[in-house]
Design a protein around this ligand. Sequence first.
Ligand SMILES: *Cc1c(COP(=O)(O)O)cnc(C)c1O
Length: 388
Amino acid sequence: MSQLPFLPFALPEIGEDEIAEVVDTLRSGWLTTGPKAKRFEAAFGAFLGDASLHCIAVNSATAGLHLALEALGIGPGDEVIVPTHTFTATAEVVRYLGADVTLVDIDPATLNIDPRAVEAAINRRTKAIVPVHYGGLAADMPALLAIARRHGLKVVEDAAHALPTTSGGRLVGTLGSDATVFSFYANKTITTGEGGMLVTRDAALAKRAQVMRLHGMSRDAFDRFTATVPSWYYEIVAPGFKYNLTDIAAAIGLHQLKKAHAFALRRTQIAQRFSAAFAGLPLVVPPAAPAGELHAWHLYALRLGDGALPTRDQVIERLFAAGIGCSVHYIPLHRQPYWRDRYRLAAGLFPHSQRVYERQLSLPIYTRMDDGDVERVIEAVTRAIAAA
Ligand SMILES: *Cc1c(COP(=O)(O)O)cnc(C)c1O
């Protein structure tokens, strides 16, 4: 029916500078972790504006979350609190370590982890909280950090959506948790194809993550005896992982990072246009950031309001028929067979996440959409919800 080309849900924006930098890497003779990964780590610290941060480039955010929790000593017998309204990566890393996941509900206004639900879920085994900055809006970090302090818990932020996001005027990554992990997956706010960054102020955590990122290989002995031990020498101090970021990927990241604020500005414009256009319709628009704060707008997660409306699934079908890709973030973890069965979870335990899930869809929001694309999405949504 539609003559217009299909508008995908997400598309990366890769420019000639990324392409030239990758070509330079390919010609350089050094493809894996090397000078460009090191430059990317330094540039990331500079972007966050905090010289005391250790930035550790990894090949995914999943890897970074795993490394952070491993370095914090999470293991069998421990529990880690995770919001149910997230991607499985946030929780699966806890299981890699033999620890247990405690899923908790979200605040229906922000769609972020509810600090009261966190506090209610704490018991003697609880060791850490992994909040997610859902869609790019900061979770309530002051409340979560206060709870963690009171109960002696670690905090690892899943910042896969949150570059650049602020809380209290400070960028996520600098907020005072134990570690923060960003994702550079293909559809995230900046991309390296696959990749991630683990950020921490904790020197011991950084050291452990650096060793475990590459096979548990330590050159401490080499560093100590540089004068006498030749450079082939290393020691394996643990059964580590293979989580290093290649220079090919870092080459892309170096240029994506320079554009991160411009990208966010464009996504913010699109979000504002969507929310203004949907204001008069029976829809619940996602919350904007509080005044003065940055929202990364990785997702624009719209909800159907009350009243005689088509179902969420019908709306998605109609948008698809109109040539517009959308998605759902997320099928909550308590609905997923593994998590549901492993912890015998009933939907009634997570009323907010469950209700949001049933009425939620994510619209395309990315820098390669022009104003015409944005209006086309608005028109299609308006039409899709009109006829029940
Ligand atoms: C994308 C995503 C991840 C995983 O990121 P990868 O880099 O693909 O490992 C983790 N958590 C959330 C909330 C995500 O959206």
